[in-house]
Write a protein that binds this ligand. Structure first.
Ligand code: R7I
Ligand code: MG
Ligand code: MG
Length: 313
């Protein structure tokens, strides 16, 4: 596989996640109606700061670079090392970090959470293992259980990782995505982990065509939970990718749907970024993204290094 092709997909996914996260951060927890009243359509980033979604995704990329087979102990160590409480974590994660700090092993720090936190960060597992479905699933489950042990929390992560992996594969093969087949495949793969999440995913097949971004956002908001649960957020993010024509539309539909907007943006951005590539991310969003420390340039560097490993086989 050509390094340049892998790099375009991996960087697109990682920075797509960061851009969607930063775009949605400002209105996290707002309803679709409230965003509409205040902005009409939210299209511009505020200060370009990302949240826990991207901070934890960075931890997974670093762990993969340390050990290409993915070692959850290393991932847990990176989560703690990168942890900035002010980035806004799920309520249970502060306890997880405290237990890691005490030196408890990764198997003992998580909770039975059904939150979307394992899904929001999982993109690197999806694109790095895109060519091996069995390993992709296995590593996605491992990466999730560090923090989320509820089947819905795990299934959300597997669905999101699969979505990223499948679109990466199609892009690299130069094939278009058949949205219905794609959603069916993702749903089928998680049926055994959580039939509830699988059923929610199948609802994407029934979404009507959206005329424009606002219509897409409204459809997502009325069809899915769009909340901090994996079951409510992952199908909405995959739905945004299916409804949107291009990267910008997918991310804007996700963010303007309301609810857990940073996370919807992060997940839709990670899928759309892998499929449409780094070059499809609007320049203004990339320019606006924070760059100091573990910012845009660092994320780009991590994605490139992962692409290099993959290209070398
Ligand atoms: O899933 P998690 O990492 O949170 C991710 C969200 C994203 O929106 C991020 O952007 C950030 O804002 O947070 O963190 P968890 O704390 O595991 O789960 C999120 C929340 O879901 C919890 O704080 C609970 O409010 C709720 N929750 C539950 N409530 C009752 N019973 C998760 N699992 C349960 C449960 O079993
Ligand atoms: Mg967040
Ligand atoms: Mg969120």
């Amino acid at each position: 596989m050509r390094f340049e092709d892998l790099q375009e997909a991996f960087s697109g996914s990682a920075l797509g996640c960061a851009a969607g996260d930063a775009l949605g951060r400002e209105v996290e927890g707002w309803s679709h109606e409230a965003i509409r009243r205040h902005f009409g359509l939210l299209t511009e980033m505020q200060d370009g700061r990302y949240t826990d979604d991207t901070e934890m995704m960075i931890g997974l990329m670093e762990a993969l670079l340390e050990d290409r087979e993915f070692d959850p102990a290393r991932a847990a160590r990176r989560f703690l090392e990168n942890f900035h409480p002010w980035r806004g974590y799920g309520a249970r994660i502060y306890g997880v970090m405290a237990r890691l700090k005490q030196g408890l092993p990764w198997q003992e720090v998580g909770t039975d959470s059904w939150g979307n936190g394992a899904a929001m960060r999982v993109a690197p597992i999806g694109f790095f293992f895109f060519d091996d479905r069995g390993r992709l699933k296995e590593k996605a489950i491992l990466s999730a259980t560090i923090t989320h042990k509820h089947p819905e929390g795990v299934a959300g992560a597997v669905a999101q990782a699969l979505a990223v992996g499948m679109v990466t594969e199609r892009r690299l093969q130069g094939q278009e995505i058949d949205p219905v087949g794609f959603v069916r495949e993702v749903s089928k793969e998680v049926e055994g982990i959580s039939p509830e999440v699988a059923e929610e995913l199948r609802k994407i097949e029934e979404l009507p065509h959206a005329e424009d971004v606002l219509e897409g956002a409204r459809l997502l908001s009325s069809s899915f939970g769009c909340d901090i649960s994996a079951k409510g957020a992952v199908p909405a993010a995959i739905g945004a990718f299916v409804l949107g024509r291009g990267f910008r539309e997918a991310v804007l539909m996700a963010v303007n749907a309301g609810g857990d907007t940073d996370t919807l943006g992060a997940m839709a951005g990670a899928i759309a970024g892998a499929y449409y590539g780094l070059r499809a991310i609007p320049e203004g969003w990339l320019l606006g993204l924070e760059d100091e420390g573990k910012g845009k340039s660092y994320i780009l560097h991590l994605a490139e290094e992962l692409a290099r490993i993959k290209a070398e086989g």
